[in-house]
Structure formats: structure tokens, C-alpha cells
Write a protein that binds this ligand. Sequence first.
Ligand SMILES: Cc1cc2nc3c(=O)[nH]c(=O)nc-3n(C[C@H](O)[C@H](O)[C@H](O)COP(=O)(O)OP(=O)(O)OC[C@H]3O[C@@H](n4cnc5c(N)ncnc54)[C@H](O)[C@@H]3O)c2cc1C
Length: 534
Amino acid sequence: MLRITELKLPLDHSQALLNEAIRHRLAISNDELIGFTIFRQGVDARKQQAINLIYTLDVETTNEPSILTRLQDDPFISITPDTTYRFVAQSSGNWHERPIVIGTGPCGLFAGLILAQMGFKPLILERGKSVRERTKDTFGLWRNRVLNPESNVQFGEGGAGTFSDGKLYTQIKDPHHYGRKVLTELVKAGAPEEILHVSKPHIGTFRLVSMVEHIRATIESLGGEIRFQSRVDELIIDNGQVTGVTLSDGEMISSRHVVLAVGHSARDTFNMLYERGVYIEAKAFSIGFRIEHPQALIDACRYGSHAGHPKLGAADYKLVHHCRNGRTVYSFCMCPGGTVVAATSEIGHVVTNGMSQYSRNERNANSGIVVGITPEDYPGHSLAGIALQRHLEAHAFELGGGTYQAPGQLVGDFLNNKPSSALGSVQPSYTPGVQLGDLATALPNYAIDAIREALPAFDKKIKGFTMNDALLTGVETRTSSPVRIKRNAFYQSINTQGLYPAGEGAGYAGGILSAAVDGIKVAEAVALAMIGGQ
Ligand SMILES: Cc1cc2nc3c(=O)[nH]c(=O)nc-3n(C[C@H](O)[C@H](O)[C@H](O)COP(=O)(O)OP(=O)(O)OC[C@H]3O[C@@H](n4cnc5c(N)ncnc54)[C@H](O)[C@@H]3O)c2cc1C
């Protein structure tokens, strides 16, 4: 197969035009073209009057070698890479101890799935409930302002990405095409096939629930086991080697291979690891607010007269501004046609995040507007970033009136440094409710100053971004892990053998796809170590 990249065609092109463009690019006749598949399809909306679709195509022809020789200097034509996933090991099934995976987020689920597919029958331990039970608890906070600290947006089957936009793109380097393996497994689990070829695939919350159940069933059918409401409270370490874990009910389970895929909100687990002497260091993350605009404003600004075109869907954006005070402000986890969600896992805290359904047809667009911060902003202790997150989240809870409402302010008022007292045209989507007031004390001064500088700069890119009635809610603190649990070339902790820190919580991923990819890498490391008798 031949791969053609960067093939641009107008938004409303016909199938015939696509065929013709392929033949033209390869300079071949109709008879020489056997067929093609779309590997990737993206949108180039830089010029509103001429929005294009950009294709990467895999083309089958009758005379591949001669085309390749003829077009060897064309940078946009090559041999299609082999993206088939191959297992690094296959278990003989002769183990007296199973590998343990802690957490069923994308990282833990994919580590568990790959181990199961290789025959290692993992035991997967999850502190929260199964996904349907968890959904009820999550709605408990969103609708009734009742938080279950063990079953919520962060904790439970599927991990943090279950109630999300389900965006599935990442900027990680992926020379071994692990991302393709993830997407292929997700399609088997019920994701729409288009995620295999659109450039910015997303799934939406509703489908994610049944997909997570499907992956669980696959793991179980291969001999793996998943236990819910099984929080790991202790790591048993003997002479620098992990030998097992203790659950919250006191049960001890032996294993010399433990994958730690606990996500960025397992603060008690990080504390336990720190106390046990596992090497942890503070890591940079970001803090800020969520912003909501009418989706129609974003669509009109990005797509002009093409806004609403069925091939385009709800428009997204990605914004960055480097501030005079040295800070960088950027948009984070943008959710077109979505809702702002209550994302705390701790009593007496308020945290915002965003999600959407597959259709992305809610009236507001939302995204985090966040400021990068580093350990220099929270010096002294490996877990100091967690202390800062807690402080900001508890303060947001107070500002919101102490009932899980989010504190909010209109963008116009925020920029003019005056408290808000009434909503304008943008109705908040955050369902526990919004308490309007003044967000100036919700973040450190340097972050407030940076956001005040960045918003007008963003307005230059998206006209109307600083519309008076756009709404800020806060606080956005769980943008990534505030710690890194360092690991060596064998994916094990640098001072605790047999512990495999993985995924977002350990500082090795920043989203669903990258966490799942990390899960595959770590599963391979576990398999090779078990086969090698370590
Ligand atoms: C509302 C929201 C929307 C998001 N939207 C997107 C998006 O659209 N696209 C995207 O790429 N990313 C999104 N993210 C981020 C994404 O969800 C995370 O990057 C990803 O889930 C990280 O995967 P993980 O497996 O490393 O950790 P997690 O998904 O956080 O999973 C960790 C799991 O470990 C469990 N656990 C924790 N401690 C213990 C313990 N001691 N014992 C047993 N189990 C434990 C938790 O209950 C949890 O299930 C979103 C996040 C949120 C909260």
C-alpha cells in the first residue's frame, strides 16, 4: 500500500473528486487504482472562505514499486507503515502470583487488557464502584450536591475520563503505533469506527460507559479479575522490592509486580507511597478557571458562513498566550457543545472540568483557561502541589457558598475587577449551581494577572471571547498530576522494584489516549519482567 499525506480537497467535494485527486497525485490511470482507505481526515479552517478537508490515504494500486520509484522525491508519498500490534510475550500460564494493576482508568484498563491478552490473568483493583453504580453517585453530586468521596468523577470504573468529552488525541511520540492498538480496541468495545480516521476523534460520555463495561468483560473472559470497592491502602515493600498490597478491608494480596495507575486525584495513595519511601517528586501543573461562551459564537468565528456544516460539527479552539509576568496561559480540555462538571473527589472542595456527549449539541462551549505553575510556586516538599490544590479547592468551596456550587464571575466584570451579581445571556451549565461574586481571590495574584492579560489577547483570535456575559467558574486545579513517581528504563520505580508507576497520576500521561498508551507500555514491561523471572 502507498500512503499519500496532505491531500487537500474542498469541504463539499464529491467521492469522484477524491478518486481523481488520488489518480492525479500518483499520476496513474483509473485501471491502476484498486482502492483506498482513509487513514486520517482533518479540517483546515484557517481560511474561512476556503475550508478544506485534509486527507492521509492508504492506496492500493496495481504497480506500487514503479510508482514509488517514479515519485521517490515526493515527500508526501511513502509506503504505508505496518501498524499491526504484536505482543511482546505470551504467558505459559504457570504463575503462582498474578500481576496486580491498581486503577481502572484508561491506563489501568489497557495495562489489564494487554496483560490478559498475553495470558497473564491480572488482578485489577479499583477503589470506586462499577461504572453504572458510579454514574448514580456522580449524579448525586451534580443533581443533589451530595459527594461520595470514593465514587465520583475521578474514582470508579473507567477512571477520570469516563464522564468527559472522550477526546482521543495526543501529541505524544508513538513510533510503535500503540495509539492505533488503543483505538482499535475501543472500536471493538463499541466506539464509532470514525475514531480510526478523523484527526480529532472523540466519543462522548454516554458511549464511554458501555465501552468500559465491554473492556471489563473482555479482560474477564481472558481470565483476568476486576474487583471494585477495593482501595489499596498499603504497598508492602521488602528490602526495596514490592511483595504485595493491603486493601482498605485489611486483606493482603501478594505480588511482585504491581502497576500503579491511580490517576492524579489519589492524594491519599500518593501520601502513603511517600511515607513508604517510594521516590516521588513535585511536578508542574496548571491552575485556572473554566470559561463558557455560546457555541454559536465559536462556530461563527471559526467557520464563518460554513458554521453548522454537518462535516464540521461544533467548532473547537486552542489558545496560548505568553504573559509579561513570564506565565503562560492556555486553553485546556476544550469541550465544544458541552457542559462544565463538578469534578471534586474530596468533601468540602470545588473543582471544575468539562465534558460533552458524542453529538456535542449543548448550547455552550467550555474550556479551561489555565496558567502553568511549577514547583518553584509551591516549594519545599514533594507533595506541596497537592497542598496548593487542596487550598484552592477548599477556598472555591467557600466562595461558592459551601454547597458545592462553583464560584463564578462574568468575564466583563472579571476584567473590570468588579464582583458579578447577575447572569447575562450565557447560562451556566454547571449543575450544582453557580454563586456569582468575585474570583480575584480564587487563585494566586500572578495567575489572576496572567488570565486578565490573556483573555483580551484571546479575543484577538476569537472575536467575542471577552464578551461581557461569558462566564468564568472555578477552580480548575486537576489539570494534570502535581507529582511524578520516577521510573527507570524498565518502567519500574527508581527505588522500588516491582512497582510500575503509570499513567497520568505518576506523571507519564495527560489524557485518555496517552494514559492508555502508557498502560500498554507498562503491561509489556511487566510481561517481560515476569517471563525473565524477575
Ligand atoms: C471531567 C473530565 C473530562 C476529561 N476529558 C478528557 C478528554 O476529553 N480527553 C482526554 O484525553 N482526557 C480527558 N480527561 C483527562 C483523562 O480523563 C485522564 O487523563 C485519564 O483518565 C488518566 O487516566 P489514568 O488511567 O492515568 O487515571 P484515571 O483515569 O484517573 O484512573 C485512575 C483510577 O485509579 C483508581 N484509584 C485511585 N487510587 C486507588 C487506590 N488506592 N486503589 C484502587 N484504585 C485506585 C481511581 O478510582 C480511578 O478509577 C478528562 C478528565 C476529567 C476529570
